[in-house]
Design a protein around this ligand. Structure first.
Ligand SMILES: Nc1ncnc2c1ncn2[C@@H]1O[C@H](COP(=O)(O)OP(=O)(O)O)[C@@H](O)[C@H]1O
Ligand SMILES: [Mg+2]
Length: 226
């Protein structure tokens, strides 16, 4: 029990064999509800909750690769992520109202980024770290996933490459309604995120670089998305 580490969120986390112990979050009721629901529906891309006590969740430890240094996803992985997210929002519609569904409201993971994915070869094995889950507009979740997984704030990846990753995700997700006014909506989400992370210089820089990139590439992206 003493051999724990502290995750990015500041939560204690440790592993014993195939079980991952993680300190519970404030919204643990929703985390448990959704993970249990997804597992009942045979969704294989999320950890299972094995047990919970007052302080910790016990989750299945998912074997595969996680990244240490932030890096964009490959084309095949981003394609797979789009597929997984589409089916995730589809499955969870069962526990939403008609009004919510019509208005793109769903259960947002809240932090879909390369650090919260477990990889296996060219695929994604699981989406982890569900502590930030909330009910809200799923566009926020989807756009944030594209932003982080194509690393639009990187100054090292070529324009063509980032664009390709965006289009790969959008084509694979295959729901044009979600991507209406893509660039303008993306900028709003980026600004919002920057505003909510004012104490992190790194996030501020990354957000500004991301917004600049979208603005510079807006014409080309819009032409392709239509
Ligand atoms: N169920 C899991 N299976 C495999 N690895 C996991 C699992 N949960 C967490 N991890 C590993 O622990 C790290 C931190 O866990 P995470 O839930 O993302 O915590 P934090 O909230 O601190 O980001 C992850 O990046 C991953 O490497
Ligand atoms: Mg995490």
């Amino acid at each position: 029990m003493s051999n724990f580490k502290i995750g990015k969120s500041g939560k204690k986390i440790f592993r014993i064999k195939n079980i991952l112990f993680k300190e519970k979050s404030e919204n643990n009721d929703l985390v448990i509800k959704i993970l249990n629901f997804l597992n009942d529906k045979k969704c294989v891309y999320v950890p299972k909750i094995i047990l919970q006590d007052t302080e910790y969740y016990q989750l299945t430890y998912i074997k595969g690769k996680t990244i240490k240094k932030f890096k964009h996803l490959s084309k095949s992985r981003i394609k797979h992520l789009a597929f997984i997210l589409k089916s995730y929002y589809e499955i969870t519609k069962e526990i939403l109202t008609e009004y919510e569904i019509q208005n793109n409201i769903g259960f947002c993971h809240g932090d879909i980024n390369p650090h919260n994915l477990v990889f296996y070869k060219n695929k994604i094995k699981a989406i982890i770290d569900w502590d930030g889950i909330y009910k809200g507009n799923i566009k926020n979740d989807i756009y944030f996933a594209i932003w982080t997984c194509a690393n639009l704030g990187s100054t090292k990846i070529s324009n063509k490459k980032k664009q390709k990753l965006i289009f790969t995700f959008i084509n694979s997700y295959n729901d044009p309604n979600i991507f209406i006014n893509f660039c303008d909506q993306m900028i709003l989400i980026m600004r919002d995120y920057a505003n909510n992370h004012k104490n992190s210089e790194q996030i501020q820089k990354w957000s500004v670089d991301s917004i600049n990139w979208i603005q510079k590439n807006k014409k080309e992206i819009n032409k392709k998305i239509g």
